[in-house]
Write a new protein. Structure first.
Length: 409
């Protein structure tokens, strides 16, 4: 079938992180006209390290951005585990638990967002500093009312707006129906690189919580990630000050450099705090509205596959819309059928990973450190790393990509 004579050509995408711009790229390749609306006033270039693995590498290749990704690689060298007195317990290669093989790579989320934005800025209408206030599905499209008071008509609307998706809420109802809490919280932000890290990361572990600091180059800034176990907490996910207070209260009595890191939290421009969760839904579409990426099937940071799911999902969704010549009923159904098993494999990996992410007791912490200390001297530690990588790669490659014929644009 030759694509290019599509109906339903105007597509509004909510969210300008990874999934949204990736979808816009492929929609344009297939002759559609994408518009992206983003609540933030400009492109969000912060964030932490993300992995491009398995089938996602193939998608990046087809987009022509894999070389850009490799040039922006974090190129991390080593991971060091320390005790309360900052005494090294074990040092391992940075990718020991990364599960990356072959052309798989690691990049900062903000760097990938920038690459995707540069690839789409000339072919996609971007609307920053605005969001969807309400939507009305009609026979001929979707009437969208924006927070700034304007209204526009689009043929289709795609929610690529993350774990707390506004499009999902307006279309399917309260998020509590779909979120599965995995028993923990994650927070990250930029801090001063007072540890003078250069492509290194340091882990300080405790029972039921941990702190990680890393820098992808020896400069003035580093990234700090906090993990802790907790049942669901009640707070406003848009109130960053309340979230910072929760984090400070949780780690205030801890040793190492934790107090100094917490001081930097208050001034951090890119602070993030949220539950480690999955999104599990029976359907990802309703008439002319569909969901993509974390909005539809968040696999949590525990999987390391959020970016992979976003890139692959964008490729499949745009390709199926093109193959169906814009018939969204056919395309959305095929998109779900193709992606379901891939999503399930990665969410199951996240469930397994979340259970071992943080030691649950001092005894487990001691056992973990003993194993790491032993591993660092084992000549066959590469074999163990490869064995772990096999599990990661099984989930990262749990889909076979179709070849969608793009029109010349």
């Amino acid at each position: 079938m030759k694509y290019g004579s599509n109906e339903n050509q105007t597509v509004l995408i909510s969210g300008a992180s990874i999934a949204g711009p990736a979808l816009a790229y492929w929609l344009h390749q297939h002759g559609f006209h994408p518009t992206i609306v983003e609540r933030a006033p400009a492109l969000r270039e912060g964030g932490y390290k993300i992995d491009i693995r398995g089938v996602a590498v193939e998608v990046a290749d087809r987009m022509g951005i894999m070389d850009n990704i490799q040039r922006a690689s974090t190129d991390m060298r080593e991971s060091t585990f320390v005790n309360r007195a900052n005494k090294p317990i074990a040092t391992l290669p940075a990718d020991f638990m990364g599960g990356r093989i072959g052309r798989d790579d690691e990049i900062m989320r903000g760097d990938l967002a920038h690459i995707l934005y540069e690839r789409t800025r000339d072919t996609t209408e971007y609307i920053f500093g605005d969001s969807i206030a309400s939507m009305e599905q009609r026979e001929d499209g979707v009437q969208v009312n924006f927070a700034n008071g304007s209204s526009r008509h689009f043929d289709l609307v795609i929610g690529a707006d993350g774990l707390h998706s506004r499009v999902r809420e307006l279309t399917f109802g309260d998020e509590s129906q779909f979120i599965r809490h995995l028993g923990g919280y994650i927070s990250f932000c930029t801090v001063p690189n007072f540890l003078q890290l250069d492509r290194q990361e340091i882990y300080y572990g405790m029972a039921k919580k941990s702190v990680c600091v890393y820098s992808t180059r020896k400069d003035a800034e580093a990234k700090c990630i906090f993990f802790f176990n907790s049942p669901l907490l009640q707070y406003d996910y848009r109130d960053s000050r309340a979230q910072k207070q929760i984090l400070v209260d949780k780690f205030a009595a801890d040793g190492w450099y934790t107090p100094r890191l917490l001081e930097s939290v208050w001034a951090a421009p890119d602070f993030y705090f949220d539950a480690i969760s999955l999104i599990q839904m029976p359907h990802w579409s309703s008439e002319r509205i569909a969901l993509l990426g974390d909005a539809a099937y968040c696999a949590s940071p525990a999987s390391g596959q959020g970016t992979g799911l976003a890139l692959v999902g964008a490729y499949v969704l745009a390709g199926e819309l093109a193959e169906a010549a814009g018939d969204y009923r056919v395309a959305f159904t095929r998109y779900e059928n193709i992606m379901r098993s891939f999503v399930a494999a990665n969410q199951q990996f996240a469930i397994s990973g979340s259970k071992s992410m943080i030691p649950q007791s001092q005894a487990q912490l001691w056992l973990m450190y003993t194993m790491l200390r032993t591993l660092s001297y084992m000549p066959w530690k590469g074999v163990i790393a490869k064995k772990f990588a096999e599990g990661v790669q099984q989930a990262a490659n749990a889909i076979t990509l179709k070849d969608y014929q793009a029109v010349a644009v």
